[in-house]
Design a protein around this ligand. Sequence first.
Ligand SMILES: C[S@@+](CC[C@H](N)C(=O)[O-])C[C@H]1O[C@@H](n2cnc3c(N)ncnc32)[C@H](O)[C@@H]1O
Length: 300
Amino acid sequence: MILGDLTFLPTGSVGEASSDIGMPCRPGRVCVTSCGHLGQGLPVQRPQDVALGRRGRCQCARHSSEAWPGIGADPGSMTSEVVEDEGRFYSKAQQYWKDVPATVDGMLGGYGHISNTDLAGSRKFLQRFLQDGPDQIGTTYALDCGAGIGRITKRLLLPIFKTVDMVDVTPDFLAKAKTFLGQDGKRVGNYFCCGLQDFHPEPNHYDLIWIQWVIGHLTDEHLVAFLKRCKAGLRPNGIVIIKDNATQEGVVMDEVDSSICRDVEVVRKLIKEAGLTLLAEEKQKNFPDEIYSVLSFAMR
Ligand SMILES: C[S@@+](CC[C@H](N)C(=O)[O-])C[C@H]1O[C@@H](n2cnc3c(N)ncnc32)[C@H](O)[C@@H]1O
């Protein structure tokens, strides 16, 4: 059964060739292996595992360090170690998202049901920067990066900020946003259809730049360069927030949607390289066990 971009396999069956099999667990990917704790928890094997008489191998955050000789998995520590062809890395991702339904479930790879929890956690994290005090940000203008159909713009940003800009590489998502956002969509200033690797936020313009579940689509070099441009795009006292998946250790490639997942140390290092200072960091609570840890980083 296909739900969004997820492939669910019938209980108890041995998996057929599926591009999801053996991929890391996260919004966007179900970990379809035989490990006992997983949501799907199904005994699934990749064709090559079957040929070699192996069980499926779990690459979820809990199990990615359990090495299986000969399969996939020594994580790198930089995207240059795991991204072989940069042009292909970007074009494959673009193609992947073109085929994803323009729905909340599509944005979250079949994990639409965690959207409320995610948004509540984000509101709480952001709240500390809305209160009186030295870290307080303005509420005039926000930018939603990798905004998709505007799941975050609609329920987190538009209720707080006077105007919100959205940027995403997938034109159909931005087109959908125009109806998805309803009346409040009138307060979207610009719908920028652009890859973040090429996007230049207007200097000195935004009180908040929100970047969620998209940094994995940028190489280290492009992420650092983009964060530098974001820094220049901030108004006085403005902040950038990144919210994304994190591996337990190392950088892991997902060939299906052509993204990489970094560990917390690597993300912190790239933030520093961009000349930004971390102000707060928090792990999202109450997410399903089978997906990667999700962390928020606030910086300026
Ligand atoms: C997992 S969805 C997250 C959407 C949104 N941030 C949310 O949390 O609902 C990833 C989004 O990133 C977009 N995307 C992928 N690669 C991108 C890139 N290089 N630049 C900008 N957006 C990109 C996709 O089109 C998709 O909308």
